[in-house]
Design a protein around this ligand. Structure first.
Ligand SMILES: Cc1cc2nc3c(=O)[nH]c(=O)nc-3n(C[C@H](O)[C@H](O)[C@H](O)COP(=O)(O)OP(=O)(O)OC[C@H]3O[C@@H](n4cnc5c(N)ncnc54)[C@H](O)[C@@H]3O)c2cc1C
Length: 302
């Protein structure tokens, strides 16, 4: 059986990407070549892909906008299922917004605002998709998806479709029941509350300007590199350890926000990992706190 021609029976050629560098598909702008990236347009195509991958015994990776992923310089030898623009419809029923998993969180937040629905303002500046957002339980400024998710549709590793409630997602801090499970989120329903459009727009604007002021958005990154340890802020611990500006190759701890490792230009995955390792070790030596990466690291044989 020819693996690629089997994929072509499921996905049209314009949505199959062969042998491209992952730096084009991650906000870190880092990563070696991926053997194949497929961009499904509906859950039926996803089921068929999972069945194909299961039949040949190959694991697969799932990504959205690549805003929380660091891909190794040696690239990926597993097929990547990228849920993005081809699956990004957003619809409304009363106060429930349903978005396909590839819709950008910012687009869904804007859609909610246009329909005078409050509760998603916090997500307007998070550069991920709805699918990646629920997997990570993305949050900011006292809001998190956990608070608004009513139901999540996904394809399981058995290639079958499921729907679970927000409660069944077992959301925790930057985690959910479906994280690293082989499940592929296809759509999410969010229950919002009626509000004043101008107030919602104003809040989104204010949160986005706080982001621009505090975060090094002028450099590629994956946002906060580490999770917030209980009782601490990762950025403060890193700053107190004297690591602002710590650099390896093209990667550095941001001077503007120590919680961000940034790509200052030409950083490799190895540079970022070296900065992260040094930060974890130094923060532990200085404070006794173990920092845990929030960013997902992918490499060959992952
Ligand atoms: C500048 C910047 C600011 C950020 N600010 C925030 C913030 O304020 N709050 C916050 O929480 N995060 C923030 N992030 C991190 C990131 O945007 C979020 O984690 C986001 O939810 C990731 O979505 P994504 O679509 O990019 O997922 P990806 O990075 O592509 O994937 C992340 C994880 O989700 C999985 N995944 C993605 N899509 C699916 C799917 N459809 N089905 C199953 N699994 C899937 C992947 O396998 C991976 O494990 C920031 C990142 C950047 C670059």
């Amino acid at each position: 059986m020819n693996f690629f021609s089997e994929i072509e029976k499921i996905i049209p050629p314009e949505r199959i990407i062969v042998g491209e560098s992952m730096d084009k598909y991650t906000t870190f702008r880092i990563g070696g070549r991926a053997d194949v990236i497929v961009e499904p347009a509906n859950s039926g195509e996803i089921c068929a892909l999972v069945e194909l991958f299961n039949s040949v015994g190959t694991p697969y990776l799932v990504m959205g906008n690549g805003s929380n992923i660091l891909v190794s310089d040696s690239g990926l030898d597993l097929p990547v299922i990228r849920i993005g623009k081809s699956m990004s419809e957003i619809s409304l029923f009363e106060t429930t917004v349903t978005a396909q998993a590839g819709a950008a969180l910012s687009a869904v937040a804007n859609f909610a605002m246009e329909n005078s629905l409050a509760g998603l303002e916090f997500a307007a500046g998070i550069p991920g998709t709805v699918g990646g957002g629920v997997i990570m339980n993305a949050g900011a400024y006292d809001g998190e998806l956990k608070n608004v998710v009513e139901a999540v549709s996904f394809v399981g590793p058995d290639g079958k479709e499921y729907v679970v409630s927000g409660d069944e997602m077992e959301f925790g801090y930057r985690t959910s029941a479906l994280q690293d499970s082989g499940c592929i989120v296809t759509a999410v329903s969010l229950v919002l509350r009626p509000g004043k459009r101008t107030e919602i727009a104003e809040k989104m604007k204010e949160l986005n300007s706080r982001r621009r002021e505090k975060q090094p958005l002028e450099y590629p990154s994956a946002g906060s590199t580490f999770k917030r340890p209980a009782g601490h802020y990762a950025g403060t611990l890193i700053q107190e350890a004297g690591l602002k500006g710590y650099t390896v190759g093209g990667a550095a701890v941001s001077e503007k926000h120590a919680g961000f490792v940034i790509n200052k230009g030409g950083a490799t995955g190895a540079d970022v990992l070296a900065v992260m390792d040094h930060v974890i070790k130094t923060v532990y030596d200085k404070s006794g706190v173990i920092l845990e990466p929030e960013v997902k690291v992918w490499g060959k044989n992952q």
